[in-house]
Design a protein around this ligand. Structure first.
Ligand SMILES: [Zn+2]
Length: 418
């Protein structure tokens, strides 16, 4: 992996170029990593992946926890009284099998995509620190809640061979007591050293930084991680209860310490306003869980992407709580709407299908609805990141950010008043 900063704007925000081994072309940052379930975007099949903007869509984020072996018990025999026999069957490929196949790229057939493995399930559940102890971190997995030790985590990383991976972390929400927050920093540092000691050859190591909503602990975590031999930084513990107002100081406390020449990846910040906050602090890579949740709810992104210079006048309100920044295609108002989601959008969905068709698919519970929505939403959000990069290159990021937030606020107020 290679990374270089190419342009800066307003102090911290920056445009970089990330070259990942398996990707044919370098990817500009700030950029979106497509969140996946077991290595694939939840609703987009591999044959449709190339329809997304390239090379922006070539970075995939996965959680090794999705591939933890599922143990399933099958009933073998049951008698009329009490005796019940079971046999144990292990479902899913084991780490050994994935290793024999050659890793994630070979297993999934995605040879031109880069994989980033993080110790967080960004798709299905938030981190829950209750079950974590000094032995390992507690996660929800396909086989129930499991305690993952650093050695088990590294076995998964070694077999999957992602292009970059973050060390095991003890993430805590913002409301935990200070003592627990301090323990999380100490534990994450200890696991970082254990993971590095066990790390396989190949794959860039991203050191995990935590510290909750305490600025001093955030700085301590960042300072300690910077002193280790890592290729980049994974910033955990965000999107877990901290307020929008306190977030900039927490982010800046971390990025002020990090060396400029290494990339920074964050999880848990997905809303456009949150992304802009983090870009302003100097974050380079984001997950796409926001898009997943929108798609699952039947929403399509429609906020303007024309440099926010003018407000589109053709946005329509649904009758069940949509606003001008997104529409809910389940709404009856779209039943006879023969226009695409966004008129000038070049995505596969908007080029080939109408709102009426997607409304129909949603109403009859066809999964094609989510496939088409995820294609549009991903396309739209990748273009949002492109606008951010253009603004930074022009040295106008802060103006872009203020204008964007003002426009969104105006549209939201208009929707409430309509
Ligand atoms: Zn579209």
């Amino acid at each position: 992996m290679k990374f270089a900063v190419r342009a800066c704007s307003n102090g911290r925000s920056r445009v970089g170029v990330l070259q990942v081994g398996s990707c044919p072309n370098p990817i500009e940052t700030p950029s979106l990593l497509l969140s996946t379930r077991k290595g694939l975007p939840v609703f987009i099949s591999p044959d449709l992946l190339p329809s997304l903007p390239s090379p922006d869509s070539h970075l995939l984020q996965m959680s090794p926890l999705h591939l933890v072996l599922r143990k399933k018990y099958y009933m073998l025999q049951q008698f009329s009284w009490v005796l019940v026999s079971y046999f144990l069957c292990l479902e899913g490929p084991s780490s050994k099998t994935i290793s024999i196949v050659g890793g994630l790229h070979q297993l999934l057939g995605l040879h031109e995509y880069g994989f980033a493995a993080v110790p967080r399930d960004s798709v299905f559940c938030l981190p829950e620190c209750g079950g974590t102890n000094k032995i390992g971190a507690s996660f929800e997995t396909p086989c129930g809640r499991r305690l993952i030790k650093p050695i088990e985590y590294m076995e998964m990383i070694s077999s999957m061979k992602p292009n970059l991976w973050a060390t095991l972390a003890d993430e805590v929400p913002s409301w935990v007591p200070e003592k627990r927050n301090k323990t999380s920093v100490d534990r994450t540092l200890r696991w970082l050293d254990e993971c590095i000691a066990l790390s396989p050859a190949g794959g860039a190591v991203f050191g995990s930084i935590v510290g909750g909503s305490n600025i001093v602990e955030r700085q301590r975590s960042a300072q300690q991680v910077v002193s280790r031999n890592v290729s980049g930084y994974w910033i955990g513990g965000f999107g877990l209860g901290e307020s929008m107002d306190e977030r900039p100081a927490l982010l800046n406390a971390v990025t002020d310490i990090l060396p400029e020449e290494k990339p920074r990846l964050i999880c848990g910040l997905g809303l456009p306003e949150e992304v802009l906050q983090a870009v302003a602090a100097g974050i380079d890579l984001f997950d796409s869980v926001y898009i997943y949740h929108l798609t699952l709810g039947g929403f399509a992104l429609t906020f303007p992407l024309d440099r926010i210079e003018r407000h589109s006048s053709n946005f329509q309100l649904s009758d069940i709580g949509s606003d001008y920044t997104k529409i809910n295609l389940r709404a009856t108002v779209f039943r006879k709407d023969t226009s695409p989601i966004v008129d000038n959008c070049s995505c596969y969905t908007c080029q080939n299908h109408t709102k009426a068709y997607i409304n129909h698919l949603l109403n009859v519970h066809e999964m094609l609805a989510q496939i088409l929505l995820e294609i549009h939403n991903t396309h739209h959000y990748l273009n949002f990141f492109r606008l951010i990069r253009e603004a930074i290159k022009e040295g106008k990021f802060e103006q872009f950010r203020q204008k964007f937030i003002e426009t969104r606020r105006h549209l939201a107020v208009a929707a409430v008043c309509a």
